[in-house]
Design a protein around this ligand. Structure first.
Ligand SMILES: Cc1ncc(COP(=O)(O)O)c(C=O)c1O
Length: 434
């Protein structure tokens, strides 16, 4: 696998179209771009705009092709433009997407989810993960008639005023009645439970710790069991936020291997392999509360994404995609570890192999990570310097080997560039404010 460390990657096409689009965007889009798809906190050579995507690859607006280890931040599970999923989508689009009521597919999809996800007895559909997490809190509060929600500091649950990680534009009142604890820390959970007293409506938690900017961490069984026991004892609701990890780790909730069932689970991203759909699933105990709240949206009942989700779930059940993701993920992890070692880097790879996050040791302002990602991009591999990544089932062993080969060159180039590396100004400011 080792390549000539001095090898210079083939130059990508200059990103002139991207530059022009950025200039135009500055005029008509606030800040030029916003949210998680802004390149503001990515290395300078990252393209902002992509013209198309196919399988495991994306093409920037200038025609450069990349193996995409971000999978659109998760939705791409089986490959961009997947044939049977997109056929289901387009056929339903041709038959009809919106109407004054949902299509029969909504019932089919709810039945399929209830059959697949062990704790679920009902499903409600919406568009984004934030819709599902927000609805989960409403159901929990409607069920308990209580106010307080405990969440883990640093965990992302969406961008509504109650949970957006940057509070600007929101009110303290938007976050009223929230307490925080530390992921996997039973003592801090107990402190939050004590503070909540008899006003605890819910605890919302991600299936493992996948916060940005830090190593990922598996859920500890004791912590999950303590959450379940505490919610049982107090009549509170345990909400599992599967929006990011859902369907990539298990064919059920990610906690099915722990034997800990939530009361509510939130799904999105990969549910329809990139078509816009999210869902809230719940157990029998929450059915009445779920029927009592008023939640809706003009596009929530659209039939075509539901057709795509039905086909996605068929593939989840009937294909070996999960085993393939694990196999590819192991191959990537071992290949990168060996390449990093060869070039003398302590390269931390954390989280499940199909959702890896890469950080360099002794890299507090991420200058090494940024330098390496930038080199990877120039070698046709799109990786992220501080967010977890995602594998998809359209990737092949040859794709993974190409990523490892690129990494070998990127580590070598990083060694050469190391003395002159500077931190990204935005990251430097962010890290020093934490
Ligand atoms: C764990 C988790 N919950 C909720 C959300 C919000 O999902 P969406 O961006 O679809 O609103 C995300 C998005 O990244 C997420 O990772």
């Amino acid at each position: 696998m080792a390549t000539d460390p001095a090898a210079v990657p083939p130059s990508p096409a200059p990103r002139l179209v991207d530059q022009q689009l950025r200039t135009r965007a500055q005029r008509v889009i606030p800040g030029g771009m916003y949210g998680h798809m802004s390149t503001a906190l990515l290395p300078g050579n990252y393209p902002q705009f992509f013209s198309h995507a196919r399988g495991a690859h994306v093409f920037d607006a200038d025609g450069n092709r990349y193996l995409d280890l971000m999978c659109a931040y998760g939705p791409n599970l089986f490959g961009y433009g997947h044939e049977s999923i997109d056929r289901a989508f387009t056929q339903q689009l041709a038959r009809g997407d919106l109407a004054p009521g949902p299509s029969p597919l909504m019932v089919d999809l709810a039945e399929q989810l209830v059959a697949l996800i062990a704790h679920a007895r009902w499903a409600m559909f919406c568009k984004n993960g934030t819709d599902a997490t927000t609805m989960a809190l409403m159901v929990a509060r409607a069920h308990t008639n209580r106010r307080i929600v405990i969440r883990c500091a640093g965990s992302y649950h969406g961008s509504a005023p109650w949970c957006t990680p940057i509070a600007r534009g929101t009110l303290p009142e938007d976050r009223a009645h929230q307490l925080s604890c530390t992921y996997n820390d039973t003592a801090s959970l107990q402190t939050a439970l004590d503070a909540a007293g008899d006003d605890l409506a819910a605890v919302i938690v991600t299936p493992y710790r996948h916060d940005a900017f830090r190593d990922q961490a598996a859920i500890e069984r004791d912590f999950a069991q303590q959450l379940r026991a505490a919610c049982n004892l107090r009549g509170a609701v345990l909400i599992l936020d599967e929006v990011r990890a859902g369907l990539r780790l298990q064919r059920d909730t990610s906690w099915s291997v722990l034997g800990v069932e939530p009361d509510l689970s939130c799904w999105g991203k990969a549910l329809a392999n990139g078509h816009p759909l999210s869902a809230l699933l719940g157990g029998e105990r929450l059915r009445a509360a779920a029927s009592s709240i008023y939640v809706t949206g003009s596009f929530w009942y659209a039939a075509a994404p539901m057709a795509a989700a039905l086909e996605t779930l068929r593939l989840v059940r009937d294909s070996h995609y999960l085993e393939q993701l694990e196999h590819l993920g192991e191959r990537l992890r071992h290949g990168l570890a060996a390449a990093a070692h060869r070039h003398g880097f302590e390269f931390r790879q954390t989280g499940p192999v199909q959702m890896p996050l890469f950080l360099f040791a002794d890299d507090p302002d991420l200058r090494l990570g940024f330098g390496w990602c930038s080199e990877m991009l120039d070698r046709g591999i799109y990786v992220h310097p501080w967010h977890n990544m995602f594998l998809c089932a359209a990737m092949t062993a040859a794709d993974i080997d190409a990523a490892v080969e690129a990494a070998d060159g990127a580590f070598a180039a990083l060694n050469r560039a190391r003395p002159g590396l500077e931190p990204h100004p935005g990251i430097k400011a962010l890290m020093s404010s934490r």
